[in-house]
Design a protein around this ligand. Sequence first.
Ligand code: I3P
Length: 109
Amino acid sequence: KNGFLVRKVHADSDGKKTPRGKRGWKTFYVMLKGLVLYLQKGEYRPDKQLSEEDLKNAVSIHHSLAMKATDYSKRPNVFYLRTADWRVFLFQAPNAEQMQSWITRINTV
Ligand code: I3P
């Protein structure tokens, strides 16, 4: 599954709250391949290679959990992703259908 998502980093590994200055929303072209969510920055081109920075942003979704962020009301269509190492991301999808589709795909790999 591929598509644009806007990401906010809420907690770093071990669940520690991400410090201010690193909590902003950023748009990525996201590709779910196997157990890895690749987040590509910048303009999307089908032939574009993942940069070193993109690879650092990649997230393992093995033993992770995605769920609708019902307690987050500042933006619509936002879901949480909690990883096995207790990082927490918020992702905003372009619409409710896409949000549900990402949640289902992440939780059923
Ligand atoms: C963050 C940025 C986020 C905001 C976050 C800020 O600042 O303004 O948009 O989250 O608030 O810390 P920075 O880019 O300097 O990290 P919201 O959009 O959810 O308000 P937070 O620290 O209360 O999460």
